[in-house]
Design a protein around this ligand. Structure first.
Ligand SMILES: [Ca+2]
Ligand SMILES: [Ca+2]
Length: 258
């Protein structure tokens, strides 16, 4: 090979490597992510071609039974199991097709990448500074009685400092009778309030819903976490499951089961 061809070959190889590094890797990182997520017994979300789909029950039964999922219970890794949906409930089977008992809240996924799911602790809130501010901002009394007033500390944006997530509600009160039912979830970062979920309605027996943060998970593998918020409804009504992503100054609702 003449030195001229060697130079051309080297330039070509370098060009192809650089091309792959710039376009190939970014495609793998951004475009080719496929995910099926089971959220409890009520919700199945599918992510592919950069869009979300809420899968309904009939489709679930047909296409998702007996596939292998990574299973988490109460956000703790439980193992890899074949999942089977019957009578509105997921069942897990090991490789011998023996049913495995699951205790705790189910999150399970099937994906072409590792979905990071982190544990966290929900605590009763005993500092109402921000709660009072948010109640006022929503024209609600700061002396409102509540059925939920919780806080979760979690570093959602991976900057090494935990944010505070407040969950407040007066839904399903049994010993007081509010005129207005509210459920509000917001985040505080550096003394600034970021609203995530606000539902305020006139009381009408059993309406409203009681929210809780269910799971912090990193759906797009960028180390910043997204979160699933569940709002439990009265009696047999299906709970609402919502997936939120922090997008600079605000939370975007990526998908809901309703
Ligand atoms: Ca942070
Ligand atoms: Ca993320």
């Amino acid at each position: 090979m003449s030195s001229r061809y060697k130079v051309i070959t080297i330039i070509l190889v370098v060009y192809l490597v650089v091309f792959f590094l710039i376009y190939g890797l970014s495609n793998i990182k951004n475009g080719q992510r496929d995910l099926t997520l089971l959220v409890g017994d009520n919700t199945v979300w599918d992510y592919s071609n950069k869009s979300w789909l809420n899968i309904t029950r009939e489709e679930t039964l047909d296409s998702l039974n007996w596939q292998e999922y990574k299973v988490f219970l109460d956000n703790k890794y439980f193992g890899e199991y074949s999942m089977w949906y019957d009578d509105n409930k997921w069942y897990a089977f090991n490789s011998n097709k023996t049913a495995v008992k699951m205790e705790g809240e189910l999150i399970a996924y099937k994906a072409n990448y590792d979905l990071k799911i982190k544990e966290f602790e929900t605590k009763e809130n005993n500092n109402n500074t921000y709660v009072h501010q948010v109640l006022k901002d929503n024209n609600l009394s700061t002396s409102s009685q509540m059925t939920v007033n919780n806080v979760v500390n979690f570093d959602i944006d991976d900057d090494g400092v935990e944010e505070q997530f407040y969950v407040i509600s007066n839904a399903f009160a049994s010993d007081f009778y509010p005129d207005t039912i509210f459920s509000i979830v917001f985040m505080v970062k550096e003394e600034k309030v970021y609203s995530m979920y606000t539902n305020i309605e006139k009381a009408n027996y059993g309406n409203g819903c009681k929210p809780y943060i269910r799971t912090f998970l990193d759906i797009n593998d960028d180390d910043k976490h997204e979160l699933i918020l569940t709002c439990a409804k009265y009696s047999v009504q299906e709970p609402e499951d919502m997936l939120f992503q922090l997008n600079k100054e605000k939370f975007d609702l990526l998908i809901s089961n309703q």
